[in-house]
Design a protein around this ligand. Sequence first.
Ligand SMILES: O=C(O)CCCC[C@@H]1SC[C@@H]2NC(=O)N[C@@H]21
Length: 683
Amino acid sequence: MVTRKMNVLVYSGNGSTIESVRHCLYSLRRLLAPNYAVIPVTDTVILKEPWTSSCALLVFPGGADLGYCRSLNGEGNRRIEQYVRRGGAYLGFCAGAYYGSSRCEFEVGNGKLEVVGPRELSFFPGTCRGCAFKGFVYHSESGAKAVELKVIKEAFKTGILPQTFRSYYNGGGLFVDAGKYADKGVEILATYADQTDVEGGDRPAAVVYCKVGEGGALLTGPHPEFAAVNLDPNSDGPGYPKVVKAIAEDDESRVNFLKACLAKLGLVISQETSSVPSLSRLHLSSQHHFFISELLASWESIISKEDGEEYIRGENDTFHLEKQSSRWSLGSLVKSLPLPGVSGESEEHVADQTADAVSNDRIVDYNTIPKRIIPHETEWPGTKETPYFNHHSFYANLQRYQREGTGEAEEFGNTLLYGEVVTSTNTLLEKNAKLLANLPTGFTCTATTQVAGRGRGSNVWVSPAGSLVFSVCMKHSMALNPTAPVVFIQYLAAIAIVEGIKSYDKGYKNIPVKLKWPNDIYAQDPSKPGKKEYVKVGGILVNSSYSAGNYDLVVGIGLNTTNAAPTTSLNALLPAGLTPFTLEKLLARILTKFEIIYKNFCRTGFDRKLEQTYYDNWLHTDQIVTLEAYGGARARIKGITRNWGMLLAEELGWEDRPTGKIWELQSDSNSFDFFKGLLKKKA
Ligand SMILES: O=C(O)CCCC[C@@H]1SC[C@@H]2NC(=O)N[C@@H]21
């Protein structure tokens, strides 16, 4: 199995400032999505989690580097240094650049501001000295400047680069004597055009690249990740609007420089600079239209009426139920007419962007934006309303598979909430307990893209268009727990995905997809024909809470289906002659499979037949693994336990003979790393 390095981790722990982290997330996501997931991480993650194998870039933002030292000196820095030396990439902005140098000299002789001392990472072998320009004040813009940078174009192999551009600057340093370290792998990428306020020695630099073993570190005193659109010109003194204006004028050059820096660190930049998407409306529909009227009636106790409008004020999100009459106001009709110059963009989306005026391409807090629900009580949404999801095709396929399921499949998928752009289908349901308690089993939420898709643990789930993302609500009676324990539902979902893919239609039986315990979906890598290498194509996130004697489950599924990035998708596995998967039909197939399997499970538990199906589809029969937490003991996987679904492994001794000792292992979504054959037992 191979891990593709897909994560860009932005340090958001001790010492970092919220603003700097936000700017990093914004700019890096724009340039790197959907090829990478850009994720904030705390110091605990750096210290404790196995982040290095999937990390394409580690970013240290602005802030106070003493905070970084306090949390990461010793073990943390040892991990970071080793990661970079073995081929990783480090990007340090301002404080992150002081931190990545051998020595930090900040405001020497300036009273309380002074910070001086050696630094452990030492990617830049000399001193980072600042402030390059006077006037810095913590948590203020009074020392902020639009500094002019001279770009050393020869240092970059690719990219359209400016000669000079103005960048946001606030307290960053310069790299003293940078010209002297060429033989140590230091390259100057940019210099300050103006005379600095501190001594810089031989060819001081504003931005450097440092070769470190097999990897590299890029350190910058100024902040090319700060976009003018995210700066408030009125937030500080009289000079600040001019600073913001200058940065805005040079925005294109800034972005090009940042792109070239990321490419220098080995990252693949997305072709299109993605803009910040705005959330679209949510369409509520059903196989049987009258279900929607009934559902709305059943929500009476959770709907609040304000100025004639209806809202569900959930714990995390506010849902605004749109009335039929307000849906096609004159304004929205005009907006829904084809617009010149917006080819390929959904009318829905354009209308929403204009209506909300929330996007304007800047940092957005999606949780605070009301989510508009359009109930469809008499007909399904048409293709004009939802151009990226064909409701007719979904319901036609659902009906077909339900019929084939001889009465066992009749609920899952019957009521659907679809949005073109949503936060996360799991978050919308799981974090709004009041709403969730009033949703029937089988209620499904799906989307074309998620802007805040979640994976297990603290992982992000990258959800570009073409990946099938959905969440199903299930009320699992607690009374069933002795015979049908809730923990097995993740296994049922995994089986349903694999069986759903293979029974999609005639000819799909041999699509090479497998399960990785406990519930990941892997596909044989089509780019390595002949080799049995597997890549992850899908995953499951189950969130559970309790209400009225039931587990209220939200089973979230993500499956790369027609999308090219970030990893292999199902369509890449198809032999010639087979029709590509469509999201609507695959969704209908997996939902009906899931329902049939679940109903069997409720009747007879995780019986021999289900267990055998799971084993037939998993990757681990007799796999030998190393038990990291037990001094590297070797063990052979034997199956999963009937009671708690733990992984059973027998310890191996001399010449790999069983010692008679049996381990019961539980997955820990973060520290469990099968790629290395490592397992930990959880007490
Ligand atoms: O492998 C994992 O870590 C689990 C991935 C689960 C992703 C799905 S996509 C639909 C649903 N919404 C989310 O935000 N996450 C799940």
